[in-house]
Design a protein around this ligand. Sequence first.
Ligand SMILES: CC(C)(COP(=O)(O)OP(=O)(O)OC[C@H]1O[C@@H](n2cnc3c(N)ncnc32)[C@H](O)[C@@H]1OP(=O)(O)O)[C@@H](O)C(=O)NCCC(=O)NCCS
Length: 290
Amino acid sequence: MTKPQATVTIRRATVEDAPVCGKICYDAFCTLNRAHNFPCDFPGPEVTTGVLSMMFSAPDFYCVVAESEGRVVGSNCLDERSVIAGVGPITVDPAVQSAGIGRVLMRAVMERAKERRAAGVRLVQAAFHNRSLSLYTSLGFDVQEPLACMQGKTQQRNVAGCDVRAALSADVNACNALSYRVHGFERGTELEQAIEAGTAKVLERDGRITGYATGLAFFAHATAETNPDLKALIASAESFGGSGILVPTRNSDLFRWCLANGLRVVQPMTLMSMGLYNQPAGPFLPSISF
Ligand SMILES: CC(C)(COP(=O)(O)OP(=O)(O)OC[C@H]1O[C@@H](n2cnc3c(N)ncnc32)[C@H](O)[C@@H]1OP(=O)(O)O)[C@@H](O)C(=O)NCCC(=O)NCCS
């Protein structure tokens, strides 16, 4: 049987769309998570509205809404702060899901990434969600890394020889160089914004920067030279923002250390990519974007 397809138009999101889209985003994630017995990713619609207000008004995000029969039914965002673009959050009103709207919203940001000649596009999806996994794969995204979203506070509070401190503007070049060595590109704009927000940290070992984090949170990323460096950054956090940090589970040493330190797995997730992807040459924690 052919499923009904919605008639959808796409337009650029404005900050005035944030309350409606924030409510849809909250409902879409909570409905999905509840159906699989996972906690909701956000405490309430005011949080998703706040996140989307920020993205819809930021100059380096490209955000779109889908309209059907005169009302907004979903939204999607493309983070354009680095040469790799990050997708999400994409959400469709639960009342009209599975009617092709998500595919149209994905195509809109993929088209934009192509126009802007992004070297690659990445996203993180809930691994238990059959629909998003199938949708992204059919659109050309490849599975790159299984992740565990983890929450808690590590019993071990520091790592010998590793000093964690707040990141400063003067650290940006060293952090960018580290990101370039590990990932092949830098995320300096995100780092500068995190320094301004007061969430960024650097790790010093033997008198030089061997790791940094824009924060220890769902919406933050971290990159390090070695696992002890990354462990020191994780151990420095009193708590993790949002649903938690995203630990690549193929990094067994790091994942086992997190478990032995009392962190709990909240939900499995998957890092997916299209276009350029090189295996990172060091340990990292992606953000919920990539
Ligand atoms: C994920 C989401 C945005 C997709 O939007 P949508 O409008 O429901 O999805 P679409 O109808 O456009 O596309 C779904 C596709 O997956 C396919 N699909 C769904 N379930 C499937 C399954 N179990 N196996 C294989 N394919 C499946 C559908 O057939 C469809 O593909 P088609 O267009 O080739 O038929 C939406 O469901 C949503 O908001 N979910 C909750 C929030 C969320 O998970 N967001 C994504 C975060 S990463």
